[in-house]
Structures are given as C-alpha cells and as structure tokens.
Design a protein around this ligand. Structure first.
Ligand code: GTQ
Ligand code: FE2
Length: 369
C-alpha cells in the first residue's frame, strides 16, 4: 500500500549555520523521513516564518495617473463591458507579489472605466468594495436598488453581499478608483459570488440616494433603522462634507486652536454613522490635507495602504523610495514601511488601508518619529 504516491512537495534543507544540528547522515535520514510524512520542523524555518519585524513581499510602488487613464481609455475602445468580465477594471499589480493583481497582500486597487451609455451588470460578492472618484461625474452605482450618484471627491460604498451595478448617464466616459478586499477574501477562502440582473435601471438618477437621505445628517440616527450592520449603511460620503471638515481643521490652526493631527496636516476618517467605526470591517478610508510646504510626521504601521493624490502636488517617501506626486497618482505603502508626505502646493490625499483587520486581531502597531 502506498500512502504517499505523489512526490512530496516538502523539501527540508540542512544547513551549517549556528543553532542547527550537525549535518550527519542520520540527520539527512531524519529529514527525508519528514519529507515522506509531510512534516516540517520549526528549527529550519523559523527565520522566514517568524521574522523579528514584518518583512513584506509587497514593495513600495507608484503608478502615474496619466498612464493609467490612457491605458484605461484604450481598454474602453477595445474591450466591451458586460456579463462574464463584469467590469472594465484594471488592477494595480504590486511588483513584489509575483504577478498577482494585488496592490498589497490584502488590498485590490483598480481603475474602472465606463463609457457613456454603458452598463456594468448587477452582481454581488462577499468582498467589500468602495469607489473613490477623482474626476468626472454622471455614473450612478445602484446598490441594492438604491441609485447613488458618483461625483468628484465622493466615496461610495458597496459592502459585501450587496447587489450593485453601474451605469453611465453622462456624455463623457468616467474613470474612478475601486478598492476591495479581494486578496484577503481569496487567501482565506471566503469568496462567494452571485450574478444579478443584466440590466441596471437607468431611469432613476436622483441627486441623493435613499441611504444619504436617511443617514447623512451629522449626529442623527434614523430610528427606523434599528438593526446595526457591520458595514456603514451610508453609501455615499460627499466631497463637500470632506472638504469643509478639512478646511475647518486648518482654520482652527490659523486661529491658534487645536484640531489638526500635526502642523499643517488636517485629516479625517470616513466612519460608520451608527458606530463611529471604520466604514467596512476590512477597509479603512481617510482623507488627508497637507498645507503647502508642510510635512506629515514620518510614521510606520502594521498593515498596508494605498494612497491617491486627489489634488495638488508634493513629495512622498516610502521606505527607501522618494517620488514627486501629482493629481491622480497612486502609491502603495507596504506593512511597516515608514511613510512621509510633503506638500508642494496644498496636497489633498485619499487613502485606504486594511487597518481595521489588524486592530481587531490585536496585531496593530504604530511608530511615529
Ligand atoms: O465594480 O463591482 O475593481 O466586482 C473589482 C471587482 C470592481 C465592481 C472591481 C468588482 C468591481
Ligand atoms: Fe462588484
């Protein structure tokens, strides 16, 4: 009877380094026994498995918006959008992640492009999703039947298992940033997907969604919505609110009052209006405004993030890298890499991260210089 008829995928390499047992014939014999029985000892693996600090495979990397937009527009000419492919979305592939369409080990970031009159058909999936709009308007994303207009500066949510499709009612194409937890869901085998209707109703194009009419009044919770949901029930966070919150922080600073996170650095987090927590259990979203010539405090934290320049220009350093950044540019900050922003002009930055996961697991750690 052969128990293991296929060759063992396990390879155990004896080494001469200190703290390893002497490389004798008996030791080699033991290791071949481990391989046959699909066993791996901790002592040959520990350096890789349990490094002293995070050693991410993901690398700091920058994608230029004008390149992304040009290629997305070309995809618009050549690639139809519809059932099967579902979305004309083009993912940022981190150069450290072996060719996978992942920005980081947990985060998907893509540019999605929809031409006038086009419809991205309805579907739902376990993965949590949002859209952030850096230019254009005229697309509605319909979330569980509720049409949500997408405009520049808005953050739109599609939490896991909610039906969603998009349609473009404008005369111009529209491109936006998608953020999802696809890599996370894939790596922990938690993915479900269901196709919905091929047609997304486009005869209802309200300026404000039902979700906003219920939930977008500061400090006020609708009593009709008693049941608490893990993800935010507010499907749109409008630019005018984000902008005025940031402007107010800088005004306070001008008046010598507290309110900014650091000199010349205003910041807000998008939150679940019912709980004050992150918008979705796996995704954090924030907006940062850095004054011209100001810089953020250099910091590193466990977990990864993706940043996009919304407006202005400046400089960013991530680990050993330094880049000049301008409107639309996107970059990745891998786990535990120090990051610092400098405003050339006033610099407006959108960012999303996997921080809620780390906080929930007790893995969170932050170091600020
Ligand atoms: O718009 O529904 O970038 O399902 C990736 C997967 C966008 C979407 C993406 C998706 C979507
Ligand atoms: Fe989707």
């Amino acid at each position: 009877m052969t128990v293991n008829s296929v060759p063992s995928p396990v390879r155990i390499v004896a080494s001469d380094s200190i703290n390893q047992p002497p490389r004798t014939a008996e030791l080699e014999e033991l290791y071949r026994g481990f391989e046959r029985e699909l066993l791996i000892p901790l002592w040959t693996e520990i350096g890789d498995l349990m490094p002293l600090v995070p050693t991410p495979k993901a690398m700091p990397h920058l994608w230029r918006w004008n390149q992304l937009l040009q290629l997305a527009a070309r995809a618009g000419d050549l690639v139809p959008v519809g059932r099967g492919g579902e979305r004309r979305a083009i993912a940022l592939a981190n150069p450290g992640l072996g060719g996978l369409p992942y920005a980081t080990p947990t985060l998907w970031a893509a540019i999605q492009y929809l031409r006038p009159g086009e419809v991205a058909p309805e579907h739902r999936h376990s993965q949590n999703a949002f859209r952030f709009v850096i230019e254009g308007e005229g697309v509605w994303t319909v979330v569980d039947g509720d049409p949500v207009e997408m405009r520049r500066g808005d953050l739109l949510l599609t939490p896991g298992w909610h039906w969603h499709g998009h349609h473009n009612q404008a005369v111009r194409p529209m491109a936006w940033l998608d953020g999802l937890d696809i890599p996370l869901a894939r790596s922990i085998d938690a993915t479900f997907f269901e196709f919905g209707s091929d047609v997304v109703s486009n005869n209802d194009t309200p300026r404000f969604s039902r979700a906003e009419r219920l939930w977008a009044h500061p400090g006020l919770r609708p009593l009709s919505e008693e049941r608490s949901t893990p993800s935010s029930p507010l499907s749109a966070y409008r630019w005018e609110h984000t902008d005025s919150a940031l402007a107010a922080q800088l005004e306070l600073e001008d008046e010598g009052l507290s309110g900014v996170v650091g000199p010349g650095h205003a910041a807000v987090r998008f939150t679940h209006p019912g709980t004050g927590e992150d918008v979705m259990p796996s995704l954090r979203a924030e907006f940062h405004r850095i004054r011209s010539s100001a810089k953020t405090r250099k910091r590193r934290e466990v977990g990864s993030s993706v940043w996009q320049v919304f407006e202005g220009e400046g400089t960013v350093t991530v680990g050993e890298h330094e880049w000049a950044i301008a409107r639309g540019d996107l970059f990745v900050v891998p786990s535990w890499q120090p990051m610092q922003l400098r405003g050339g002009s006033q610099l407006d930055m959108f960012m999303f991260s996997d921080a809620p996961l780390f906080e929930r697991l007790g893995y969170d750690r932050i170091e600020i210089e």
